[in-house]
Ligand binder design. Structure first.
Ligand SMILES: CC(=O)Nc1cnc2ccccc2c1
Length: 445
C-alpha cells in the first residue's frame, strides 16, 4: 500500500514493500524549484536558438568567452536597490566563503578583463551564453534560472559600439523570422535623466537610485514611483519634472526641455543617424522612459519589446562606462546587452515561428538475424567513420524497425541479410524515394 507525506518542496513517497517491510524511498523526480530539465525535444529548440546566437556573434566578429556560474558574492553587492541584487542566490561554501550563483554575466566579464589588465589590446568584442540565477520567493512562481546570450564591446567610447550591438539584436530577430512590425527597440540615454537631475539640482549620488526606481515605470503604479523617489530624497518638484521628461517620445520635445547641446541628446541623434546605414531605423524609437534596472548603466540604454505588449522585455542593454572604475580598475568604456532564452521563445510561439526540429539520423543498420550482429557493427562503424550518423538496432522485430525508421526520419534503412552478406552486399531501402536495392558494402559510403 502507499502512504505519502508531502512537503512543500519535494514530494517523497514512502513505498512500503510488503514483502520485507523495508521502506524504499522513491526520489522526487522534479528538478529543484524554479529550474527546468531539457528533454531531447526541448534541447533541440534551445540548441537551435543558441546556434543562432552564435552565428550572429560570429558575423559581428565577437569572440566567445566563459566564466564560472559560481562567483564571489562581493561582485554583485550594490546599494542601488536593484531587484537583481535583492534576489541573489547566495550561500556560504564549506570554506566559509560568501558565494553566489551569478544573477548576470557583465560583472564576471569586467572581472576577467581587469584580471588580464594591460595584456589585453582593446577594443574587445566578447560574447557568452550562460545560465544565470535568482532566488525569489516562489510566491510568484517565476523561474529561478535562465540562459542569457551576452554581447559586450570593451574599449570603444563612441556610439558606433551601441549601433553594433543593436544591429546584432536586429540580425538575430531577422534570422528567427521576426520583423520590425513584431518587435520594436526603445532607446534612450541615462545622460538625459542626468540632465534632468542637474536641472533640478538633485545631488549626483542619487542618480543610480533614481534610475533603478524609474525603471519600474509601467511596472508599478506611478504614485509608488513618486513615493519611492521622494523617499530617497528627490524633491516633489523634481519628481514632477522627471515624470514629465520620461513621457517624451521625440527629439524636438526633448530639446525643448533640455536644449540640443546636451551630450545625451547628441549621442542619441548619432545613433539614429547610424541606424540608417545599418538598416535598422524601422526597429528603433526614442523613448525616454527606458532606463533599464541595472545600477551601472551610464549612457545609451535600450530594450526590445513585442509590439503587442503581451510580453516582458525580450533583451536589453546599454553603456556602462563606470563599471571598471567601480571595481577599482581603469576608466574603460564598455557597452553590452543580455538576451534571455525565455521571452524570445514565447514570442516565437505567439508568432507561429517555432521551428519544427526532429531527431535526424542518416542510417539505420539492422541485422536480420543473430549471427549477423558482427557484420552489422562493422558496417555501422565504417559508416560512422565516414561521418554518417547511424542507429544500430538489435533485439527488435523488423516491423518495429520500419516504424522506428519512419519515426526518426532516417534517410536509409540498411538490412544485413545472410544471402546478401555472402555476396558482400546489404539491402538498402531509401526512405525518401522508398526504393529498395542491393548495394555492395564498399559502395555504402
Ligand atoms: C522569463 C525568465 O525566465 N526570466 C528570468 C529567469 N531567471 C532569471 C535568473 C536570474 C536573472 C534573471 C532571470 C530572469
Amino acid at each position: 500500500h502507499k502512504h505519502s507525506t508531502s512537503t512543500q518542496d519535494n514530494i517523497v513517497q514512502h513505498i512500503t514493500n510488503e514483502n520485507d517491510g523495508e521502506v524504499m524511498e522513491a526520489i522526487d523526480t522534479n528538478p529543484p524549484r524554479g529550474t527546468r530539465d531539457f528533454t531531447p525535444e526541448d534541447m533541440r529548440l534551445r540548441s537551435w536558438l543558441f546556434q543562432n546566437f552564435r552565428e550572429v556573434s560570429r558575423l559581428l566578429s565577437f569572440e566567445e568567452v566563459d566564466f564560472p556560474v559560481l562567483e564571489s558574492e562581493a561582485l554583485f553587492i550594490r546599494k542601488a536597490g536593484e531587484e537583481i541584487t535583492q534576489q541573489l542566490y547566495n550561500f556560504e561554501d564549506k570554506g566559509g566563503r560568501r558565494v553566489v550563483l551569478r544573477p548576470e554575466i557583465t560583472p564576471s566579464l569586467a572581472r576577467l578583463i581587469m584580471k588580464q589588465g594591460k595584456s589585453l589590446s582593446l577594443p574587445l568584442k566578447w560574447y557568452t551564453i550562460g545560465q544565470c540565477w535568482r532566488y525569489e520567493r516562489m510566491t510568484r512562481g517565476r523561474r529561478r534560472e535562465h540562459y542569457q546570450w551576452n554581447m559586450d564591446i570593451i574599449g570603444i567610447s563612441k556610439v558606433r559600439a551601441e549601433a553594433e550591438l543593436i544591429y546584432a539584436a536586429v540580425l538575430l530577430f531577422e534570422r528567427l523570422g521576426i520583423t520590425a512590425s513584431d518587435v520594436g527597440i526603445r532607446v534612450s540615454s541615462r545622460k538625459v535623466l542626468q540632465a534632468v537631475l542637474e536641472k533640478y539640482s538633485i545631488p549626483q549620488h542619487l542618480f543610480t537610485k533614481v534610475c533603478v526606481i524609474v525603471d519600474k515605470l509601467n511596472k508599478i503604479p506611478i504614485d509608488e514611483i513618486q513615493n519611492e523617489l521622494i523617499s530617497v530624497g528627490v524633491s516633489l518638484g523634481a519628481v514632477k519634472g522627471i515624470i514629465e521628461v520620461l513621457s517624451l517620445k521625440s527629439f524636438p520635445e526633448l530639446e525643448a526641455i533640455l536644449g540640443s547641446d546636451k551630450e545625451g541628446v547628441a549621442d542619441l541623434k548619432k545613433l539614429f543617424f547610424f541606424a540608417e546605414d545599418y538598416g535598422f531605423s524601422q526597429w528603433i524609437q526614442l523613448d525616454v522612459s527606458v532606463v533599464r534596472g541595472l545600477a551601472y548603466y551610464t549612457g545609451i540604454v535600450f530594450e526590445a519589446f513585442d509590439r503587442d505588449g503581451k510580453l516582458r522585455a525580450i533583451c536589453g542593454g546599454g553603456r556602462y562606462d563606470k563599471l571598471f572604475s567601480m571595481f577599482g580598475g581603469d576608466d574603460t568604456p564598455a557597452c553590452g546587452f543580455g538576451f534571455g532564452d525565455a521571452v524570445i521563445i514565447e514570442l516565437l510561439k505567439d508568432k507561429g515561428l517555432l521551428p519544427n526540429l526532429s531527431h535526424k539520423v542518416d542510417d539505420i543498420v539492422f541485422p536480420l538475424d543473430g549471427e549477423l550482429e558482427g557484420p552489422a557493427s562493422r558496417i555501422a562503424s565504417a559508416l560512422r567513420r565516414n561521418g554518417r550518423s547511424v542507429d544500430l538496432i538489435e533485439d527488435k522485430r523488423l516491423k518495429w524497425v520500419f516504424k522506428h525508421a519512419e519515426r526518426i526520419g532516417a534517410n536509409r534503412l540498411i538490412l544485413v541479410g545472410n544471402s546478401e552478406w555472402q555476396q558482400g552486399m546489404v539491402r538498402v531501402k531509401d526512405l525518401s524515394t522508398r526504393e529498395e536495392s542491393n548495394v555492395k558494402i564498399e559502395e555504402l559510403c
